[in-house]
Design a protein around this ligand. Structure first.
Ligand code: G3P
Ligand code: CA
Length: 279
C-alpha cells in the first residue's frame, strides 16, 4: 500500500514537473507581429511596427517589395492599390513617387473600430528606414516577396543587413520561394532561413522534402489551417522549427501551442503574449 502510494505521488510529481516544463517551453515560442501589430494599425508602417514591439511581439514581420529605382520597401502586395491611395505595380514606381502616398487612410476605412486620425498620411517605409529606427538588435522577420519580379533583391537585402550591422542571431529571413532562400543561403550561410508553405488540403510532408529544406533552412512557416498534431511533431522531431501563420484567436493559438509549434505569426501580438503566459 505504502509502495503504491509512493508510486502515485512520484507519477503525479513527474507529470506536474513535465507540465511545468511544457508551460515554460511555451513561453519561449516566437511571437511574430505580422506586418507589425496589423490588427490595430495600418500594416507595414513604422507605427504598426512600434505597436508590435509595445504589445510584446518578439519579432516584427516585414514583407519586402522593390521599387523601380531598386529600393527595398515594406509592403505586402506587388501593387499599391490596397494599402495606399496610389495604383499600379511597385516595380514601375520610384521611391520618391511612393513616398507621396498615404499608407494609413485605407486602414481607417477598413477598420473603423481601430481608426485614428494620426494614421492618415502615414508613409511607406524603406527597409533602411526600419533598420535606422529600430536598430541593430531588434528582432526582424523579413520576407522576400515576389523574388522573380525583383532580380537582385536578395543581394540588396544581404547588403543592408551588413550595412546596418543587424544581429543575425535575432533575424529570420523567410520566403515561399525555395530558390530565393537557397540564394540567400549561398550569399550568407549564417542567416536563419524559414521556408514558407501554403497548403490547400490536409498538410503532409515527406522525409525527402524535410531533408531538402534542411539543406538551407532551419524551419518552416505553413498556413495553420491544414496542419495537425502529427504534422507538427514530424517537423519538430526533424529538428526544424515551425512557425504557422496567421493566427489571430486564442483558441487556435492554444491548440497550436499544445501541438508543439515553436512560434507563430499574429496580427494581435498582445493576444499571443497573453496565451503564452497562460491567460
Ligand atoms: O510570412 C508569413 C505570412 O506572412 C505569409 O503570408 O501573405 O501574410 O505574407 P503573407
Ligand atoms: Ca509575410
Amino acid at each position: 500500500m505504502a509502495a503504491a502510494l509512493t508510486l502515485l505521488v512520484s507519477v503525479a510529481t513527474v507529470s506536474g514537473a513535465g507540465g511545468a516544463i511544457i508551460k515554460e517551453k511555451q513561453k519561449d515560442i516566437v511571437n511574430v507581429a505580422h506586418r507589425g501589430a496589423s490588427g490595430y494599425a495600418p500594416e507595414h508602417t513604422l507605427v504598426s511596427y512600434e505597436l508590435g514591439e509595445k504589445l510584446k511581439g518578439d519579432y516584427i514581420e516585414i514583407d519586402l517589395q522593390m521599387t523601380k529605382d531598386g529600393q527595398l520597401i515594406a509592403m505586402h502586395d506587388e501593387t499599391l492599390d490596397r494599402t495606399t491611395n496610389g495604383a499600379g505595380k511597385v516595380k514601375d514606381v520610384t521611391l520618391a513617387e511612393i513616398k507621396q502616398l498615404d499608407a494609413g487612410s485605407w486602414f481607417n476605412k477598413a477598420y473603423p473600430q481601430y481608426a485614428k486620425s494620426s494614421y492618415k498620411g502615414l508613409t511607406v517605409p524603406t527597409l533602411e528606414e526600419i533598420f535606422q529606427k529600430f536598430g541593430q538588435s531588434k528582432r526582424y522577420y523579413i520576407e522576400t516577396k515576389s523574388p522573380k519580379v525583383y532580380p537582385g533583391m536578395e543581394e540588396k537585402l544581404v547588403y543592408l543587413i551588413e550595412k546596418y550591422g543587424i544581429d543575425k542571431r535575432k533575424l529570420f529571413v523567410q520566403s515561399f520561394s525555395a530558390e530565393s532562400l537557397s540564394n540567400m543561403h549561398e550569399l550568407d550561410p549564417s542567416l536563419r532561413l524559414i521556408q514558407l508553405l501554403w497548403y490547400t488540403t490536409n498538410a503532409d510532408i515527406t522525409d525527402e522534402e524535410i531533408a531538402d529544406i534542411q539543406e538551407y533552412a532551419i524551419g518552416i512557416g505553413p498556413n495553420y489551417t491544414f496542419i495537425n498534431k502529427k504534422y507538427v511533431e514530424k517537423i519538430t522531431n526533424s529538428g526544424l522549427q515551425i512557425h504557422p501563420y496567421t493566427v489571430n484567436d486564442k483558441k487556435t493559438m492554444k491548440m497550436l501551442m499544445d501541438w508543439g509549434v515553436t512560434g507563430m505569426f499574429t496580427n494581435f501580438p498582445d493576444v499571443l503574449y497573453e496565451v503564452k503566459n497562460g491567460k
